[in-house]
Design a protein around this ligand. Sequence first.
Ligand code: PMT
Length: 400
Amino acid sequence: MLKGKNIILGVTGSIAAYKAAYLIRGLVKRGAKVQVVITPAGKEFITPLTLSTLSGAPVISEFFSNRDGTWNSHVDLGLWADAMLIAPATAATIGKMANGIADNMLITTYLSCKAPVFVAPAMDLDMFAHPSTQQNLERLRGFGNRIIEPAEGELASHLTGKGRMEEPENIIRILEHFFKEKEDLQKKKIVITAGPTYEKIDPVRFIGNYSSGKMGFALAKVCAERGAEVILIAGPVAELISHPNITRVDVESADQMYEAAMATFPDANAAILCAAVADYKPIHPREEKIKREVSGELSLQLTPNKDIAASLGAIKKDNQFLVGFALETNNEEVHAIDKLKRKNLDFIVLNSLREKGAGFRYDTNKISVIDKDGAVSHYPLKTKQEVASDIVDKLATLLL
Ligand code: PMT
């Protein structure tokens, strides 16, 4: 899986920097080309000579060579890489990555890198547990980076806890798994809807819902990492995503989401409809703010929005596939099966608000998948990233 892959290995100033030597050996042994980029602090822990001898290439550390003035192009490096692995990643480097503080060659390379980035933190348990580190890691996840969780064990401080960089052989296994998965959706185009829609009442108010976009964005990330070209049609959400395979189309209302979906679906291989689309919109949105009356009630007249899933279901060709979601609160399977049939879906993902940790805003979800023939598969509570992988695994079997 790693044969011929170009890997940038970022090494930072941690006692775990010695593990970079084992990483290089393992990667090179499997046929990967490794280019080491080391921070100034990294050089205090392991010598460039060791790393360049093992990788067979000069180690890059500075923006340019003092001797002859030649530049090290972080842009070229970023384009060359099939993956970037930062191992060990210190709290300082993680903080700089999360905030775009490009004061060394490693960070500029990271910011230029078009390839997926893997980050293996290494630090003391309290530093790892600190809210600032955790927030920075969460940010990096939001940018689409993959965090390789540190293990628990004895640390350089002689304390025991979570913060030990994952062992090199496990990191290599994660990279191998990633490249294996990556291939299966290449040359496929997948449209994904995510987040809520806002239906305008007046210039300051709207009808909306609690969808955060997390589930839809996780699906977009998984599809993109497996090689698909993704059109992510997103309602108003705070989620961030960045991947060369993802084109993000931001919309606000159900009408705008409908237009974007109808325009992009005809030459797509599949669509995953994860958005929580408002079923109704005000018939007459006001141009001016509705003023509070002294007494009496206010009535809003609503009209149904177009059903995006059903509209795509109506134009779907034999070689196209549609995956819908059903968000239910009661009689879950009955309602989901009805939506599956009515919208001409190939399978439907059911999540119920009765399940703890499932549905809106959580980082987790608990789903059942119902096939066209009525077969139901139940899944345990997992992270939305893992749930997205399960859904995409299922879709991939149809797209083969
Ligand atoms: O965004 P998160 O906070 O991570 O939450 C994720 C989620 C709960 C929003 C997601 O998992 C989910 O369940 N999405 C579908 C929500 C929904 O609107 O379900 P529904 O049962 O009302 O709709 C059924 C299907 O028809 C859905 O695929 C929906 O996208 C689609 N639909 C609905 C109405 C409409 N006008 N057009 C549509 O395409």
